[in-house]
Design a protein around this ligand. Structure first.
Ligand code: GLV
Length: 307
C-alpha cells in the first residue's frame, strides 16, 4: 500500500526503518506528490493540502492524527474511511484540563499577575480568607460535557482530588443536562465542533450556571458564544473561564478575553507534549501494520457525526 505522510523527521524515520507492506510519499505544506495513494496521514496540513490529499486517486483511508475531525468533515469523497487518533491526545488533554482547574482553584493566575507587579498578595489578615477564592477540588461538582476518550481519562484523574464528577452525553435529556449545569462548580467542555455544538454554551446556558461557577474549554472554540461569555464574566456571574481553545484562533490581539483577570488562556496546546511527533509516527506504524494484517485499526469515525 502507498501512504502519504507529513514530511517531518519522525515520519521520515518511519520510512527509513520500513513498515511491512507499505511504501511512502511525503507531502509538505506547499507540495503534495502527484499520483495515486491508498492512504494519507494528516497532520498540521493547511486546507489546500488537506483537499489535495483527500482527492488522491485510489484513496481508501485517511488517518488524522488529531482527536477532532472538524477540519476534514465534508471534504472526503464517499467511500474513504476516516480514522482519528484520540488515544494520542487523551492523556495530555485530560492533564491539561486538571492543570487549568488546579491553577484556578489555587488562583495561580492572580498570583502570577501579582508577581509581575511585585505584590505580596497574601489574604491577610486571616479574616480575609473567606474572600480569597482559594479552594481545592474536594467536594467540587464537576460536569464533563462530552464523555469520550478524554472524558474518561479526566474522570479518572479528577476523582482522587475529591471532585464529584458528573457527565453530560449526547443522549442526556435536556432536563437532566440543565439540572447538572445548575449544580456545577466546574463545567468542562470536551465536545467536538459540529453544527449541533456551535455556541452550545450561550447566554441561556450560562444563565443556568450557579454564581461563581468556572467554565473550562479544551474542546473547540466554536462551542462558546464568546460575547455571551464576556457578558457573564463582566456581570460577575461566572467565577472565571479557563480556555485552551477560542474562536477564532489565534485570538486577535485586541480581544477583551486577553485582559480579564479571571480568564486563563492557553494557545490550543492541551494535547501538545514534547514527544507528540514521535508518538504520532509510532501510532501511524501500528495503524499500517493493523491494515497490513487485515485488521481494522482503532479510531474509525463517521465523518458525518454531529455530536
Ligand atoms: C486537537 O485539538 C485535536 O483535535 O487533536
Amino acid at each position: 500500500m502507498h501512504v502519504l505522510l507529513p514530511d517531518l523527521p519522525d515520519f521520515r524515520a518511519l520510512a527509513d526503518e520500513g513498515v511491512p507492506g507499505a511504501t511512502f510519499g511525503f507531502y509538505t505544506r506547499e507540495h503534495v506528490p502527484d499520483g495515486p495513494a491508498d492512504g494519507a496521514v494528516l497532520w498540521f496540513a493547511p486546507p489546500q493540502v488537506r483537499a489535495q490529499l483527500a482527492a488522491r486517486p485510489g484513496l481508501s483511508w485517511l488517518l488524522t492524527l488529531t482527536a477532532g475531525i472538524d477540519h476534514v468533515q465534508g471534504q472526503l469523497p464517499p467511500g474513504v474511511a476516516l480514522f482519528n487518533a484520540s488515544r494520542l491526545h487523551d492523556r495530555a488533554v485530560a492533564v491539561h484540563a486538571v492543570s487549568l482547574m488546579l491553577s484556578a482553584s489555587r488562583r495561580l493566575h492572580a498570583y502570577r499577575d501579582a508577581q509581575h507587579a511585585r505584590t505580596w498578595a497574601a489574604p491577610t489578615p486571616v479574616t480575609r480568607l473567606p474572600d480569597s477564592g482559594l479552594t481545592t477540588l474536594d467536594g467540587r461538582q464537576v460536569v464533563l460535557w462530552g464523555y469520550g476518550h478524554i472524558g474518561r481519562e479526566l474522570d479518572g484523574l479528577l476523582r482522587p482530588f475529591g471532585a464529584d464528577v458528573h457527565t453530560i452525553r449526547s443522549a442526556t435529556p435536556r432536563e437532566e443536562r440543565d439540572r447538572l449545569l445548575a449544580l456545577a462548580d466546574w463545567v468542562i467542555l470536551l465536545l467536538p465542533s459540529t453544527p449541533d455544538t456551535q455556541h452550545i454554551v450561550n447566554a441561556d446556558t450560562l444563565a443556568l450556571l450557579k454564581p461563581g461557577a468556572w467554565l473550562c474549554n479544551v474542546g473547540r472554540g466554536t462551542l462558546i458564544d464568546q460575547d455571551a461569555l464576556l457578558a457573564a464574566l463582566d456581570g460577575g456571574h461566572l467565577g472565571g473561564a479557563a480556555l485552551d481553545v477560542t474562536d477564532p484562533e489565534p485570538l486577535p490581539g485586541d480581544h477583551p478575553l486577553w485582559t480579564r483577570e479571571n480568564v486563563i488562556l492557553t494557545p490550543h496546546i492541551a494535547s501538545s507534549t514534547g514527544d507528540l511527533l514521535h508518538r504520532g509516527a509510532r501510532l501511524t506504524r501500528d495503524f499500517i501494520l493493523d491494515l497490513d494484517q487485515g485488521h481494522e485499526p482503532p479510531g474509525r469515525v463517521d465523518p458525518s457525526r454531529t455530536y
